[in-house]
Ligand binder design. Structure first.
Ligand code: AMP
Length: 419
């Protein structure tokens, strides 16, 4: 054995055992909730043309500026491991002409994403998100439905101490007017701001609301708020989203400082956090992105969606109880002889074809060892294949009976009361 062991890359992890089972259970809950609401599963490739994120997510965002895993293929094309799911879903919507389908088109995914971040608890370089996107309708009911579905998922998974913050960023037009006001405020207080915020006054002034820098925070206390400068239409849209959430019994705080890290958002934005998590308290969030599809070369198409982090949900939630898959038949061999082993293997195949969950020993164990393993797996029946005869043992009742090998599957399917 070589003395230098190879480990998984920094910020990545293996999913094993109980963790894998808990994730499957989580996925099953997400599927039931989202498909029950008319969302269809979508899978997009793990890599995309870099241009998709540069154009879609925005060149001034942290993700595009410093967090993407980007590389060139052999032909010199720039590819990027997907850092988020909305731009790829919009790309697929355009590429497959989904605007011709009945709108809105509702899609959901559960996939892994890649960001070159400083790895810490709850923040990884490959992580999983469940996400839902509804394209083709600007009805505030789409916004409310989408938010309610995530609230339901978090509640069902018993994510603790959840808070929902909500705001509207207005449409692109009302926001550009506001941006100028905010830029004027930032320029007037430039000396107090962090280096990072100062460098983004031109291209991303809203991110100043996200800063932890004390000077910047003080300046932002007195900054004009986008919510006070919405157009009448945007304000009405936001009021309706709130009214629908009220009707659905979902509580939220309106937070005029909520801006999200991606450039594509318009109108509704929201974020679920959990106070049970440490510094990385974001569980999931999203919003409306009415200009994104067009920006990616498609027809003007409104859109609304969210993504939530699987690892954060699992950290802050109660893992749903998982039971190991039951083994209905364990096939054991009495002698380690090739003909007996083949007869046993044939019985195993026959049992699986009949739909039984069946296993046999693959580790060369003694008969005693095999019976021990069958017990550890919780096998319901064990067939001991011997030299010309087979015995079927009921592991619950404890009885056993000789049986023709060809009759085992039938007996197990009947639950074999005769033992
Ligand atoms: P975002 O796409 O940045 O809005 O992220 C949505 C959700 O994904 C967050 O609320 C987190 O739960 C999760 N998330 C984002 N980045 C990471 C990361 N690096 N590691 C683990 N989870 C993440």
């Amino acid at each position: 054995m070589s003395d230098s062991k190879i480990k998984a890359p920094r910020g990545t992890f293996d999913v094993l055992g109980e963790d894998a089972a808990a994730r499957s259970a989580l996925e099953a809950r997400a599927r039931a909730i989202l498909e029950g609401a008319g969302y269809e599963r979508i899978e997009t490739p793990a890599m995309e043309a870099t241009e998709l994120f540069a154009r879609g997510v925005g060149a001034s965002t942290d993700i595009v500026r410093k967090e993407m895993f980007t590389f060139e293929d052999a032909a010199g094309r720039s590819l990027t491991l997907r850092p988020e799911g909305t731009a790829p879903v919009c790309r697929a919507y355009v590429e497959h002409g989904m605007h011709k389908r009945r709108q809105p088109v509702k899609l959901w995914y559960l996939s892994s994403f890649f960001r070159h971040e400083r790895a810490q608890a709850g923040r990884y370089r490959q992580f999983w998100q469940v996400g839902a996107e509804a394209l083709g309708s600007e009805d505030p009911a789409v916004d409310a439905e989408s938010i309610v579905l995530l609230a339901t998922l978090l509640a069902e998974l018993q994510v603790r101490e959840v808070r929902l913050r909500l705001a509207s960023l207005g449409s692109t037009e009302s926001r550009s007017e506001y941006r100028e006001r905010l830029q004027a405020h930032l320029r007037a207080n430039e000396q107090e701001l962090s280096e990072d915020v100062r460098s983004r006054i031109e291209d991303n002034p809203l991110r100043a609301f996200d800063s932890d820098h004390p000077g910047t925070r003080a300046v932002m206390e007195g900054a004009p708020r986008l919510l006070d400068h919405l157009s009448a239409e945007d304000a009405e849209h936001f009021a309706e989203v709130r009214a629908l959430l009220d009707v659905a019994g979902v509580s939220y705080e309106v937070d005029s400082t909520l801006v999200r890290g991606l450039d594509y958002y318009t109108r509704t934005v929201f974020e679920f956090t959990s106070d049970a998590l440490g510094a990385q308290s974001g569980v999931g969030g999203g919003g409306r992105y009415d200009g994104l599809v067009e920006q990616l070369g498609g027809p003007p198409t409104p859109g609304m969606g969210w993504a939530a982090g699987i690892e954060r949900i699992m950290l802050a939630g109660e893992a749903p109880p998982t039971a190991p898959a039951p083994v209905e038949l364990f096939v054991a061999i009495e002698h380690a002889r090739a003909d007996v082993r083949r007869a046993a293997f044939s019985l195993l195949s026959e049992a699986r074809s009949a739909g039984l969950a069946a296993q046999m020993d693959l580790g060369g164990r003694s008969l005693k060892g095999q019976l021990g393993q069958a017990g550890a797996l919780g096998a319901r029946f064990v067939a001991i294949v011997g030299d010309g005869q087979t015995t079927l043992r009921d592991m619950q009742g404890g009885g056993q009976t000789p049986i023709a090998t060809g009759a085992v599957v039938h007996a197990v399917l009947r639950g074999h009361h005769a033992l």
